[in-house]
Design a binder for this molecule. Structure first.
Ligand code: DC
Length: 217
């Protein structure tokens, strides 16, 4: 059997890490796991069920959560949350929900289970630092705030959303701050991670940069 390969890709919102990670997985014909989608699904589940992150039974709520991916769909306890992931209320609350240790411990466990016995590209904030510190390859993808905001703006516009660039930039700045200053698994470059600044790179260049590194090793 071929050796199992784990590729960890971390970085801030709008850095292009998810799109890049998906293409890399496709090209290498291995699995892909979007961990941001998991935190977003949990956030939508909390909002839709009126659960509070400060509630006393947070442990039992989280303990009963099962997340599954089917093609492009994310199911949480068998309910499809895919259409909710990019909604404004979810984007605004996801940093708070994902800063909770009980939430994170459950997500990390599910992420490791999903990745068991297969080669996979995993993207998120803490993949190289916490989830897979021994990953075969670790990348930290970043880009300037203006560029990241306009990428997210174009993505949402294409989906027909009514959004303002200035609001998106503000939201990303807030999320950057919360994600990188939180106590539990803050967003930071993992030891040994290769930094790729994509501010002036096209998608194809980002993908090729990473593939070159992987194929030359
Ligand atoms: O990658 P994204 O924008 O879909 O992630 C949404 C939020 O989820 C992000 O603001 C922080 C959180 N997140 C996290 O804490 N850890 C991860 N591994 C992935 C995402």
């Amino acid at each position: 059997m071929e050796k199992k390969l784990i590729i960890a890709i971390d970085g801030p919102a709008g850095s292009g890490k998810s799109t890049t990670a998906k293409i890399i997985a496709d090209k290498l014909k291995i699995s892909y796991l979007d961990t941001g989608a998991m935190y977003r699904a949990v956030t939508a589940y909390f909002i839709d069920n009126d659960y509070s992150i400060d509630s006393d039974n947070i442990y039992s709520i989280m303990d009963s959560i099962i997340i599954e991916f089917y093609e492009y769909s994310v199911l949480l306890n068998s309910q499809d949350f895919t259409y909710r992931l990019r909604d404004n209320d979810v984007s605004s609350l996801v940093s708070k929900i994902s800063s909770n240790k009980i939430v994170r411990d459950r997500m990390v466990l599910i992420q490791r289970n999903i990745s068991e016995n297969k080669s996979i590209v995993v993207d998120g904030r803490d993949i190289g630092t916490v989830v897979f510190p021994n990953a075969d390859y670790k990348f930290f993808i970043t880009a300037g705030i203006k560029e990241r905001a306009s990428r997210r703006y174009r993505e949402l516009k294409l989906k027909g959303r009514e959004v303002e660039l200035i609001n998106i930039e503000q939201q990303i700045k807030e999320r950057d701050y919360l994600d990188s200053t939180r106590k539990n698994s803050p967003l930071k470059k993992a030891d040994g991670a290769i930094v790729i600044d994509t501010t002036h790179l096209h998608l194809e260049e980002q993908v090729n940069t990473i593939l070159k590194i992987i194929n030359n090793n």
